[in-house]
Design a binder for this molecule. Sequence first.
Ligand code: ATR
Length: 272
Amino acid sequence: MINGNTKVVGLIGNPVEHSFSPAMHNSAFDKLGLNYRYLAFKVEEKSLKRAIYGAENLNMIGLNVTIPHKINVIKYLDDLDPVASKIGAVNTIDLRTLKGYNTDGVGAMRALEEVTSLKGKNVVVAGAGGASRAICFNLVEKNVGSLTILNRNVEKASLLSGEIGVNYDSINEIASYLEDADILIDTTPIGMDPNINDKPIATSDMMHEDLVVNDIVYNPLETVLLKEASKVGDKTVSGLKMLLYQGVESFKIFTGVEAPVDVMENELLKLI
Ligand code: ATR
C-alpha cells in the first residue's frame, strides 16, 4: 500500500524505461513487507544537479544511477565509498548522507564467489570499458594471483591496467592467456541480443575443463561464449547474477536489511 509513510527510492539515467530494477526491488519490498517503492526517472544531463538535490530535499532514501550519469554524479555528492572513489563511478547513492557507492563490481564478485574463490587465481578480463573498470578494481581487492586485461583497443587496456597495476595485451592473444587462467570474465557486449550469433571472444578449443567463465551480458542468459564453455563442462556465471547482486547490495544500502535474493532472482528471470 502506498501511503504517507511510503519511502521512495529510484533509478536515474537516460534511458531508463527498459530497466529491470523497479520490478526487482519492488518484488523484494513486497516480500519483506517494507513500505518502500522504487521508480525509474529519466534525467537529462543538464538536469542532473537539480535532480540529485531535488531527490535529497524530497527526503527520498536513495538512488541507483545508470548511463550516462555514473561519473558526473560524483561532483554533487558529499562523501564517496573508497572503492567507488577508485573506480571513479557511482551506481548507488544514499540520499540521507549524500554518499556514493559502486555496487557493480561488488555484485560481480559475489556472483563469481558463488562458484569459485578468487584469492590467488589467475584472472583474464576481456574489455576495458566502464564495466571492466568496476570489476578489475574489485578483483585486485580480492588478492587474485594475476589479472590480465585484454582488449581490442590495446591502448585502452594499457591505460586501465596501468591505473590498477596489472597486465594487459591484445584480445587477439586470448588463447595463450587461457592456458593458465582460472577465471575468464567477458565485459564486452559481444553476443548481446539481437547479435546472439556474434563470434565469441574465445571458443571451446581454447578452454580447459577447470576454467570458470563469466559473461556480463544477461540477454540472452546463455550467451555464445557460455555455450562454448558448456561444451567442455566449464562452470559458467551468467550476467544475470551480476545484475542481481548489484541490486542486492544496493537494496541493503537503501533499507539496511538483507535482500531476499531468491525473490529478486525469480523476478529477473520472469523479465528476461
Ligand atoms: P561498458 O561500460 O559496458 O563496459 P564500454 O565502456 O563501451 O561499455 O566498453 C565496451 C568494451 O567492449 C570495450 O572494451 C570495447 O573494446 P574497444 O575498447 O576496443 O572498443 C569492447 N568491445 C565492444 N565491442 C567489441 C567487439 N565487437 N569486439 C571486441 N571488443 C568489443
